[in-house]
Design a protein around this ligand. Structure first.
Ligand SMILES: Cc1cc2nc3c(=O)[nH]c(=O)nc-3n(C[C@H](O)[C@H](O)[C@H](O)COP(=O)(O)OP(=O)(O)OC[C@H]3O[C@@H](n4cnc5c(N)ncnc54)[C@H](O)[C@@H]3O)c2cc1C
Length: 278
């Protein structure tokens, strides 16, 4: 249908980004192609070392999925997006396709090995998430292409992660957010992934902050170095949610908290994470 209707057609998933944009007249498609009637596109499956999430899986379905909770940062994310109405309609596929720099899923999935499967008139392809999100509101999707599935590799034993967003209230996007995923072995950090949200035009991987933890027994000194490196990696804009300086300080503090929870979870502790409200 996208091929037949041309550039004036848009896909409709949960409508939680597209419909508000249409109401504001920022988007004005002549045709909507509704994905909601296609059976078998909403699922969370555990499949030989990976989790597969269908594009039309709602945030609420991921929040309540025992399969998704095997990777706790997926649950942290899904449970904290907006309010229950938005979570009941909004989809993981729509969120990634929207590539809103304030969206939660891009940041969380950037901290995990994630591939996005896409389908179009010229066939199927799998794209690493880091290459799928090109810029603010810009992805690698062609016009007649849709995102079908998100594939996340399951972290090995001894891993722990945490995702924390700081928000003014539930139904608004975060001011800043941080996702941390660690692989620990005998108290030494073997691998670290740190992704930051709302502090640039796309989610940012903080490579120098990750390097400050890798190969180390994580203590106050390593965390302080990681916080400094985080603050150097971001490029926030001043807006109604806060000044650039405020967001830079905030994201460092979120990384500190997320590292602490990730380490506790890696040790097998059950730690509930909820977003922080101003
Ligand atoms: C009040 C409010 C608060 C919100 N707060 C947050 C928040 O805190 N954090 C957060 O992450 N999000 C938030 N959202 C956004 C919400 O998560 C949306 O669900 C999400 O951004 C878009 O998903 P959707 O399924 O609603 O997509 P839609 O709005 O239906 O579509 C969004 C875009 O993606 C395209 N699209 C949809 N599905 C596909 C697909 N499978 N393949 C290719 N293109 C596709 C559409 O054509 C459209 O351009 C909020 C929304 C509202 C209304």
């Amino acid at each position: 249908m996208l091929g037949q209707l041309g550039e004036d057609a848009k896909l409709l998933a949960g409508g939680q980004s597209l419909i508000p944009l249409m109401k504001l007249r920022f988007a004005n498609p002549r045709h909507l192609v509704d994905l909601n009637f296609i059976a078998g596109t909403a699922y969370v499956k555990d499949d030989d070392g990976v989790l597969r999430l269908g594009a039309m899986t709602r945030h609420a379905e991921i929040e309540s999925s025992s399969v998704a909770s095997k990777i706790p940062i997926l649950h942290d994310c899904a449970a904290g997006i907006a309010d229950v109405q938005v979570r009941n309609r909004g989809t993981i596929g729509g969120s990634l396709a929207e590539a809103d720099p304030s969206g939660d899923w891009g940041t969380v999935l950037m901290a995990l090995p994630t591939q996005v499967r896409c389908l179009g008139s010229s066939g199927e392809r799998a794209i690493p998430l880091g290459e799928f999100i090109k810029d603010a509101y810009t992805t690698a999707l062609g016009h007649d292409e849709l995102l079908t599935e998100v594939v996340v590799s399951k972290p090995p034993k001894g891993s722990g992660g945490a995702y924390i967003a700081f928000k003014r209230s539930a139904p608004v996007y975060p001011t800043a957010s941080a996702a941390v995923q660690l692989i620990m072995e005998d108290d030494v950090c073997k691998q670290a992934a740190i992704a930051l949200g709302c502090v640039g035009l796309a989610p940012i991987r903080a490579g120098d902050a990750e390097a400050a933890l890798r190969g180390q027994r994580i203590g106050e000194k390593q965390i302080a170095t990681a916080m400094d490196a985080t603050q150097a990696a971001v490029d926030p804009q001043s807006d109604m949610r806060g000044s650039a300086d405020y967001k830079r300080t905030l994201v460092g503090a979120l990384v500190k908290r997320a590292i602490d929870i990730a380490m506790r979870r890696a040790r097998g502790e059950q730690v509930e994470v909820s977003h922080i409200y101003a």
